[in-house]
Design a protein around this ligand. Structure first.
Ligand SMILES: [Zn+2]
Length: 75
């Protein structure tokens, strides 16, 4: 079965947390750690690229530059 997980574009960590019924962001762990924990094969993983809260904070200035009309523009 294919598993879609959120992976951070910067630090390559993945989100360990249930999409449904979980509160907040869950925790972000190394991909190898995640695979070992859930016994997942790399072929079954589908990475959805996003940014973890740490990198979002750290790279916010890179991620969002504001356009003339004030809308945030993802890089
Ligand atoms: Zn990150």
């Amino acid at each position: 079965m294919e598993t879609i997980i959120a992976a951070c574009c910067f630090c390559k960590n993945v989100r360990d947390g249930l999409p449904k019924g979980s509160d907040g962001e869950g925790s972000w762990v190394n991909l190898q750690t995640y695979r070992a924990k859930y016994q997942l094969d790399e072929r079954d993983l589908k990475l959805s690229h996003t940014y973890c809260p740490d990198c979002m904070k750290r790279y916010r200035h890179l991620l969002f530059s504001t356009t003339a009309d004030g809308h945030a523009l993802p890089l």
